[in-house]
Design a protein around this ligand. Structure first.
Ligand SMILES: Nc1ncnc2c1ncn2[C@@H]1O[C@H](COP(=O)(O)OP(=O)(O)O)[C@@H](O)[C@H]1O
Ligand SMILES: [Mg+2]
Length: 324
């Protein structure tokens, strides 16, 4: 088997809800792989099956070659996980939260102490080691959970909505730690997110999920090419609309700039230059962008990734990780 994580035709039904509906993918060693989709898409359910916390209704999954339902112990030893919902004991200190986790994984003594301090240092929380977690900000708590997930040196790190609800600065910091965890510790990362910028920024490959199914999978660039268009933005010396044939759509924005949807910006931009020149119009400013992952999602599902963000689905808190 090739991938570090291999999922084959996974299905999970909860009574009348099919949360995961025939999902397959394979993650290579050292890859950062993202499941991107709106609330309720089935992302958390998928990773809970991979992490041995839920049994699939049908289909199979392997982690480092071990079947998740047949060898859950082998799987658990090899993965670290950061849950979507906060799972720290807020009445304990950062150190104590780490210590308990280490003991659960059979660690102890000087080695455990050394690892705890090294990881608290990694997430820049060393000087808060003996502070009680209830006084921590949301960003600090998330960083502590990241450190805790890496404590037992997992080969695979699973992160469920790693920056949910964090401010932009804390998010950027969490992104840095995720990249460093891959670079310096060589971990393979499986993460979920409903933030398109996060998937775009971090993931080598992205699987777009909707209603329990993967609707597209690939690198960010591959996914964007599905839309088959770029957006060119120009400011002309007088607002003109470039005729159809040259561009797919053209509209003048309230600020006077002209927005054009084109098939391929690098081919069309030179022709826009000649078009303007022939009409004695100057180009004062011109730029283009690739579609966003939100536009990819819209193209594939007919709805916006953003719009579909209702309140999070209500379900029982799961803390099964502390042994069952
Ligand atoms: N334990 C459960 N019991 C019943 N329904 C559930 C349970 N867990 C998840 N679901 C439902 O399955 C669907 C997928 O949920 P989830 O995997 O949490 O999606 P995501 O993580 O993408 O937001 C949702 O409709 C959710 O309400
Ligand atoms: Mg979720």
């Amino acid at each position: 088997m090739d991938g570090v994580i291999v999922v084959e035709n996974l299905v999970k039904r909860f009574r009348d809800v099919t949360a995961v509906d025939g999902v397959s993918f394979s993650i290579r060693r050292g890859e950062i792989f993202g499941l991107l989709g709106p609330n309720g898409a089935g992302k958390t359910t998928t990773i809970h099956i991979i992490a041995t916390l839920l049994r699939p209704t049908s289909g199979r999954a392997w982690v480092a070659g071990f079947d998740v339902t047949r060898h859950p112990g082998e799987v658990r030893r090899r993965i670290g996980i950061v849950f979507q919902d906060p799972s720290l004991d807020t009445n304990l200190t950062a150190y104590e939260n780490m210590y308990i986790h280490g003991r659960l994984y059979g660690m102890g003594g000087r080695e455990l102490h050394r690892r705890i301090m090294e990881l608290l240092d990694f997430v820049e929380l060393k000087r808060f080691a003996n502070k009680v977690v209830k006084y921590f900000s949301g960003g600090m708590r998330r960083r502590l959970e990241l450190a805790r997930g890496l404590l037992h040196e997992p080969e695979i790190f699973i992160l469920d909505e790693p920056t949910l609800g964090l401010d932009p600065q804390s998010r950027a910091r969490v992104w840095d730690y995720i990249r460093e965890a891959r670079r310096e510790r060589g971990v393979t990362i499986l993460m979920t997110t409903h933030y398109m910028d996060e998937a775009d920024e971090l993931c080598d490959r992205i699987a777009i999920m909707n209603n329990g199914k993967i609707v597209a999978m690939g690198t960010s660039e591959e996914l964007k090419s599905i839309v088959g268009s770029d957006v060119v933005l120009a400011r002309f010396s007088k607002p003109i609309c470039v005729e159809e044939g040259l561009v797919r759509e053209c509209k003048v924005l309230p600020d006077g700039r002209v927005e054009m949807v084109v098939e391929n910006a690098s081919k069309v931009i030179p022709r826009i230059f000649s078009y303007a020149e022939e009409r004695g119009v100057k180009i004062l400013e011109i730029s283009y962008r690739r579609p966003t992952l939100n536009e990819v999602f819209l193209h594939l599902t007919g709805r916006e990734l953003r719009e579909s963000l209702g309140p999070p689905p209500v379900m029982p808190a799961r803390r099964l990780w502390r042994g069952r």
